[in-house]
Design a binder for this molecule. Structure first.
Ligand SMILES: *[C@@H]1O[C@H](CO)[C@@H](O)[C@H](O)[C@H]1NC(C)=O
Ligand SMILES: *[C@@H]1O[C@H](CO)[C@@H](O)[C@H](O)[C@H]1NC(C)=O
Ligand SMILES: *[C@@H]1O[C@H](CO)[C@@H](O)[C@H](O)[C@H]1NC(C)=O
Ligand SMILES: *[C@@H]1O[C@H](CO)[C@@H](O)[C@H](O)[C@H]1NC(C)=O
Length: 442
């Protein structure tokens, strides 16, 4: 049995570990309020497990979940006759049929993502203690040579093309979003029309739509790029005939990329994702795309991931079969996300667009379980009831574009009111998952 908790999985999948920011002052234990669970808290966690297990059985195409020894652990098992096909290239071992996940971690972390900004801004770097010296260079290719941005002007110059002053997107700004993976499974269905009906469509890397519109649709709002795709930015922009896609780079700004943006020129907005990886970035674009979608959409639907039983080889819909990674682990993880009400999965075996995800916990239960989980995990601000409770760093924000804000959907405005117009940014490796928050100046 393999123990892979959410944090570790995220670290592996998206290179979170590459950035380490040490926040001084969090050792002050007064930021951890009430870590005592009440009866209501334990009841909420038990109800979550109960509904989660039913949801797994009802929607998981053979997957079963069982609660572990505490209020948090769950084990997701594949049917024993499942034949794993994917081997770890390092160890040569086949994937296992049983995965342990920590539901408390998952609920607390993903619910926080929904209220956070996942685009890197200048405001963020300015607000981060020693942001320019300790962080900025990590988002620049070969940043190590910049000697901790000794010459700040040079660093700013390098980041300028991809660094907005303040967040271009807000939590709940968009209604229904679809994240489209690149799985060859997309050719077994014709989701094109349905996909084009979403408010926002998020694609990945070099995924084309031309010649595949019946299967993958035409619409494309955002595209998430790993290092390889970002370096081929000239090819990537050609994939969208409208040339309007917003490009989100998971890794670093690269001189090749800057040159293309300036000289071609490339008119698409290009941003860096906050928390994106450095180094070997090929892994985990799918999970990052879901994270990005959850930070600005009311609902997130997933298409084109290899998540049905009986996969034979790892293929992309537009190219030959290739090296994939951890399909069983991925399937268990995505099913967990569906059964926590974060996403809805669409696949050849779940092709009815009106499929109802049964036993998905309601908002009430998720909220109660999230609060209990935060206490149990001793997260910053747990149990305080203060919408800004998780803010471990608070700074004044730069001026927002009032015009853009006035046009936001009601849901986004309601949320903004709830958080008193605070912008919340994730801080990787911050103990207790504290956030960097910027608040209005007046
Ligand atoms: C912790 O923070 C509180 C309030 O901010 C402060 O009063 C207290 O002195 C701090 N304690 C330590 C040990 O730093
Ligand atoms: C810092 O970088 C800027 C922009 O590239 C350059 O003009 C300037 O000469 C550099 N300053 C030093 C002290 O190297
Ligand atoms: C679509 O098909 C045409 C004709 O076969 C081909 O020239 C073109 O490159 C294809 N486009 C993509 C994006 O594959
Ligand atoms: C996120 O914001 C919503 C209001 O839009 C609030 O109900 C919810 O408790 C917040 N979640 C977290 C983790 O703070």
């Amino acid at each position: 049995m393999r123990v892979l908790q959410l944090g570790l999985f995220l670290a592996l999948a998206s290179g979170f570990a590459a950035i380490s920011i040490y926040i001084i002052g969090l050792s002050n234990s007064s930021v951890y309020l009430n870590s005592q669970l009440t009866d209501e808290d334990t009841q909420a966690l038990l109800s979550l497990h109960n509904s989660f297990e039913k949801c797994m059985s009802a929607n998981g195409l053979g997957l079963k979940a069982a609660r572990g020894g505490d209020y948090c652990q769950t084990t997701i098992n594949f049917p024993s006759d499942t034949i794993p096909k994917w081997k770890d290239p390092k160890t040569g071992e086949l994937e296992v049929l049983s995965y342990d996940f920590n539901l408390c971690e998952a609920v607390a972390t993903w619910e926080q993502v929904r209220n956070s900004t996942t685009i890197l801004t200048k405001e963020y770097i300015d607000s981060l203690p020693n942001g320019w010296e300790e962080y900025a260079w990590r988002r620049i290719n070969k940043g190590i040579l910049l000697n901790h941005c000794e010459n700040k002007t040079l660093c700013m110059e390098k980041l300028s093309l991809v660094l907005p002053e303040s967040p271009p997107y807000f939590p709940r700004q968009f209604g229904r979003c679809a994240v489209i993976g690149n799985s060859g499974d997309l050719l077994k269905t014709k989701f094109g029309k349905v996909i084009d009906g979403y408010d926002v469509v998020i694609r990945e890397n070099g995924a084309p739509t031309q010649n595949y519109t019946d299967h993958v649709g035409r619409k494309s709002t955002f595209r998430l790029l790993n290092r390889g795709s970002a370096k081929a930015l000239d090819k990537v922009v050609e994939l969208d005939e409208q040339r309007k896609e917003v490009l989100i780079v998971k890794t670093t700004i690269h001189d090749i990329m800057s040159k293309m943006i300036r000289e071609l020129p490339i008119k698409n907005p290009v941003y860096l994702m906050l928390g994106a990886s450095f180094g070997s970035a090929a892994k985990g674009t799918g999970l990052k795309a879901l994270e990005f979608a959850l930070s600005m959409c009311n609902s997130v639907d997933m298409y084109g991931f290899t998540v049905d039983p009986g996969y034979k080889e790892w293929t992309r819909y537009f190219s030959e079969s290739r090296q994939g990674h951890t399909p069983l682990h991925g399937r268990a993880y995505y099913q967990m996300m569906e059964c926590l009400g974060l996403i809805k999965i669409h696949s050849p075996m779940r092709a009815d667009p009106n499929r109802v995800v049964k036993w998905v916990p309601n908002h009430h239960l998720i909220r109660a379980a999230r609060i209990a989980s935060e206490k149990l995990l001793r997260r910053v601000g747990a149990g305080s009831g203060n919408p800004l409770g998780a803010c471990s760093i608070v700074k004044k924000q730069v001026k927002r574009n009032a015009n853009a804000i006035s046009k936001l959907r009601k849901e986004a405005l309601d949320h903004m009111r709830y958080v008193k117009s605070t912008t919340m940014y994730p801080l990787e490796h911050s103990p207790g998952h504290g956030l960097l928050c910027t608040v209005p100046s007046d």
